[in-house]
Write a protein that binds this ligand. Structure first.
Ligand code: SF4
Ligand SMILES: [Zn+2]
Ligand SMILES: [Zn+2]
Length: 352
């Protein structure tokens, strides 16, 4: 039996990708249309952005942040980018290159911050000195610097490239622990508050695989490798578990996350303590922070971290990765090319 050539659901031309969760195949043009419409729906449903907003996109050099920057510009939004050099060895050097080339080729404004050059530390060194997982210091640093850049630059909103896979994995982890505080705050929009800018995630209706396909069709060159610090972490494990469920039952992942947002998040809203508590200015950098119980001068988490780790000799990435993660990272680098190829996105499920 000769396998039939799959056809686009919309135009019946040959398809380049099948999307089991939509029970359909799409050609390049209609894949782009689907992605645009999903972003427009997320923006409209959650009142994320207006065309007047000055938008700052958190750019990592990966597919999601470059894709959302591209989509927002296509939709007519005024969006500039900010890239933070985290000092994670070759990974950071390469990711900065992808971000800069994307901006240069399109004549876009990309602001850059070098964590070690401007603040005296990098993520591997912070992880080693604080004896905490790298993502903890990294996440805090990025949040602080994006907030600060948005305030200083007069931006109305910060956009991040978190996609459906990211959000579903975080939700899965929070639900496994029934962490009601975190569940209550897991929303695609965080409103501006007390000096913190509004933050939005317009890709929450789109998967990693769809974003990889967007970049390939649009000719966007992006960093395929995962951050070496992420290899072997819980978040990736949750993604794998959800992908396994998705293979058995296409559509489960989006139902899990999108129905949570629609049905559970309103019920949990009163459990969020985020709205409670007065914030005061950090005595060191001026960023909003919680008032200490001790009566000491308030110092934000970022300034405390910086005070502990700035000035230490740089710690190489390899010293922060444990053996299993190092091995997995090497394997991921070898496999990375196939995840970004058009063949992988067209054959169904390999890059989910
Ligand atoms: S995986 Fe962790 S360390 Fe790497 S960029 Fe993401 S938050 Fe930072
Ligand atoms: Zn089509
Ligand atoms: Zn501070």
């Amino acid at each position: 039996m000769v396998a039939s050539v799959s056809k686009c659901r919309v135009c019946r031309e040959p398809a380049i990708i099948d999307l089991p969760r939509h029970n359909a195949n799409f050609c390049a043009e209609h894949l782009l249309q689907l992605c645009r419409r999903q972003v427009e729906k997320a923006i409209a449903d959650h009142d994320m952005l207006s065309l007047d907003d000055r938008i700052l996109v958190a750019v990592s050099g990966g597919k999601d942040s470059l894709a959302i920057w591209d989509i927002l510009l296509e939709l007519g939004y005024r969006a500039e980018g900010l890239y933070i050099g985290l000092g994670i060895g070759d990974y950071s050097d390469e990711s900065g290159g992808y971000a800069q080339r994307f901006a240069d080729e399109r004549g876009l404004t990309l602001r850059t911050i070098d964590l070690r050059g401007e603040y005296g530390y990098d993520v591997p060194t912070a992880a080693k000195v604080t004896k905490r997982v790298p993502c903890s210091a990294c996440g805090m640093s990025k949040r602080h610097l994006f907030d600060e850049a948005a305030r200083a630059g007069g931006y109305d909103v910060v956009v991040t490239g978190h996609n459906l896979d990211d959000e579903a994995a975080v939700l899965f982890g929070n639900a496994l622990r029934w962490d009601v505080e975190y569940l209550a705050r897991q929303l695609p929009v965080l409103p501006a508050r007390d000096g913190f800018p509004k933050k939005v995630k317009p890709l929450v209706r789109l998967t990693e695989r769809e974003m990889a396909a967007w970049c390939i069709v649009r000719g966007i060159d992006y960093q395929v490798e995962e951050c070496p610090m992420a290899v072997g972490n819980k978040h990736l494990g949750y993604k794998e578990a959800l992908n396994s469920i998705e293979r058995q039952s296409p559509g489960s992942k989006s139902a899990f996350y999108l129905n949570f947002i629609e049905r559970m998040a309103p019920i949990l809203a009163s459990h969020s303590r985020a709205a409670a508590g007065e914030l005061v200015a950090c005595s060191s950098c001026g960023a909003p922070t919680t008032e200490p119980d001790s009566g000491d001068a308030p110092v934000c988490g970022f300034c405390r971290l910086r005070g502990r780790v700035a000035g230490h000799d740089p710690v190489p990435v390899e010293l922060v990765l444990h053996g299993g993660a190092r091995t997995a990272y090497r394997a991921a680098r070898l496999a990375a090319g196939s995840a970004a190829s058009p063949g992988a996105t067209a054959d169904g499920r390999t890059a989910q």
